[in-house]
Ligand binder design. Structure first.
Ligand code: AMP
Ligand code: DBH
Length: 553
């Protein structure tokens, strides 16, 4: 497919021979699993229970109606749904059609959604009527007017009326024109992307990650295998459902493949998520550290019964050993497993039977014997064992290139196809890996990655800003927040509010707004003339927790 970098033929043949790739559409595997677990509950959400049989029927009905509306193999759809059963039905209906969802986050705003719609030439946009202050219906109408490819807006719930807008619930009830046999004639190539994931992005707007049917199914099967999943188990989905972690690592895909159910939490707040654990006897969690820290800070564990939980997967950001210990006290029957994952592919994880010291201190090791993980220095040479190097990786479920991004791909991949993660790690004596930092220029805010460059580029558009550098500032709950160092053009510096209102006007997601601003006469430069972000990051670390100039005195 145009814009997708394929796996080289010899490696693809090897992955098939070893049985990693099953050479069938993702949907095919789920159809089989829906049939095997027919009467069991699959999704519990907002008081509704959907069995696998109901998912199978709903998915078929939705797929046929979408086919009637013109979607089919390789049609692209930007999906921005919250944690709801419509997401699950639409995701599998699109799989059934061989269409490709791009999974945007509920926090994205006009700027990001507009970019993705145009970039992938989306035929449809799926969203709830509103997401906070974002009027998704108005955005959908605007996108339809501006983007020649976008024909259809799919809305969570009932049809709100209006041209080209249809409710997903209505499509579940509507009798389709196409007969079920029409679905059997669709041709889906298992080497095509089945989904577009988003990377946290190292530069500019987050990059689009094509995950193929072959690699994405393997990804979920494999990591499910180290999660002790039984058919009676229940996963709480509290992070955004379209993210690679709760969707596929193991996520709903890994749970469904084992006949187990997903409980969808509309929010990760203590008062929403913890009662769901108690009510539904949740056995597995997939969380970012910031979620657990907030639950502990709210005293949640003393107010709700959490003893059904056996496995707490934590990923997205480093989880401190002390917090892992506190988590295991709060969840008396659970073990914490740290997942070092990426939407690009590679998954490393500690194992439930690892010695405590390994589970506390490390971020785990790869899940496939053919995951090639190297730690390299600036010149691309492997560092001696025990020393810190940049993680580069290649394997049966790691991408070979971002979608339609030849220039980024030259920078982010070695000539022999290793993805250069920008993460700095060290090998532990146990053969696991310890996260030591990162090279890439991004801020990890509670697991949500923000590209510094994307925000800087917009801030440079402010008439009073001469130069700006955004760096991470340590934070006890979120891990990091963003601090902007601003060099003003004239004597008067803009305020933080002026800068964030500019970002809001441009339609940039709120989580990407800087939360602190420091005015500097000049940004520190290296002898070469590059802004020395390491100097600014150290300064931000000293400033963390102190009042800003404006609030001092
Ligand atoms: P993304 O490319 O947006 O999917 O984000 C993946 C990145 O998240 C990795 O390259 C790491 O920088 C970071 N990450 C994920 N899991 C962990 C973890 N357990 N500890 C530290 N960093 C992590
Ligand atoms: O941060 C991530 O992208 C991530 C973390 C844990 C991920 O994609 C995953 C597990 O699958």
């Amino acid at each position: 497919m145009d814009g997708v970098v394929p796996f080289p033929a010899p490696e693809a043949a090897r992955y098939r021979r070893l049985g990693y790739w099953e050479d069938r559409p993702l949907w095919d595997a789920f159809q089989e699993c829906f049939t095997s677990f027919w009467a069991s509950p699959a999704v519990l959400s907002q008081g509704e229970v959907w069995t696998f049989a109901e998912l199978a029927a709903g998915t078929e009905r939705l797929a046929l109606n979408l086919l009637d509306l013109g979607l089919g193999p390789r049609a692209r759809v930007v999906v921005q749904l919250p944690n709801c059963v419509e997401f699950v039905l639409l995701y599998f209906a699109l799989q059934r059609l061989g269409a490709i969802p791009l999974l945007a986050l509920p926090g994205h705003r006009e700027y990001e959604i507009g970019h993705y719609v145009r970039f992938i030439e989306a035929a449809a946009y799926a969203a709830p009527p509103r997401l906070g202050e974002l009027d998704c219906l108005a955005l959908g109408a605007k996108l339809r007017a501006d983007s020649p490819d976008l024909r259809l807006v799919l809305v969570q719930g009932a049809s709100p009326g209006g041209d080209g807008v249809v409710g997903i619930r209505e499509l579940l009830d509507r009798a389709p024109h196409s007969a079920p046999a029409a679905l059997r004639h669709l041709e889906v190539d298992p080497s095509d992307p089945c989904v577009f994931q988003l990377s946290g992005g190292t530069t500019g707007i987050p990059k689009v990650i094509p995950r193929t049917h072959n690699d994405y199914l393997y990804n979920s099967r494999l990591i499910a295998g180290v999660n002790d999943i039984r058919a009676s188990d229940r996963l709480l989905v509290a992070a955004p459902i379209g993210h690679n972690f709760p969707l596929a690592s193991p996520g709903i895909q890994g749970f469904f493949l084992n006949g187990a159910a997903a409980v969808l939490a509309p929010s990760a707040r203590t008062e929403v998520a913890l009662p769901l654990i108690e009510r539904h006897g949740v056995t597995h969690l997939e969380v970012v550290p910031a979620m657990i820290l907030a639950w502990l800070a709210d005293g949640g564990p003393s107010r709700f019964r959490l003893d059904s939980v056996r496995v707490v997967n934590s990923g997205g950001q480093k989880f401190q050993p002390e917090t892992k210990r506190r988590t295991e006290v709060a969840f008396p029957n659970a073990k914490v497993q740290e997942v070092f994952g990426m939407a690009e592919g590679l998954l490393m994880i500690t194992r439930l039977d690892d010695p405590e010291e390994v589970r506390w201190e490390t971020a785990g090791r790869p899940i496939c014997p053919d995951d090639e993980v190297l730690l390299v220095d600036e010149d691309g040479r492997e560092v001696p064992d025990g020393e810190i190097g940049e993680l580069i990786c290649r394997g049966p479920y790691t991408l070979r290139g971002y979608y339609r991004a030849p220039e980024t791909n030259r920078r982010s991949f070695t000539p022999d196809g290793f993805y250069c993660s920008g993460d700095l790690l060290r090998r532990h004596s146990s053969r696991n890996y310890v996260v030591e930092g990162r090279k890439k220029d991004l801020i990890n805010r509670g697991g949500e990655k923000i590209s510094a460059e994307e925000v800087e580029d917009m801030l440079l558009g402010h008439p009073e800003v001469a130069n700006v550098a955004c760096v991470p500032m340590p934070d006890p709950i979120l891990g990091e927040r963003m601090c902007a160092f601003v060099q003003p053009l004239g004597p008067k510096a803009p305020s933080l509010e002026e800068l964030t209102s500019l970002l809001r006007d441009r339609g940039l997601a709120r989580f990407k707004h800087p939360e602190r601003m420091e005015v500097v006469a000049e940004l520190p430069l290296s002898p070469f003339g590059k802004v020395q972000k390491s100097v600014l990051a150290r300064r931000a670390a000293e400033l963390a927790g102190q009042p800003t100039e404006a609030t001092k005195g």
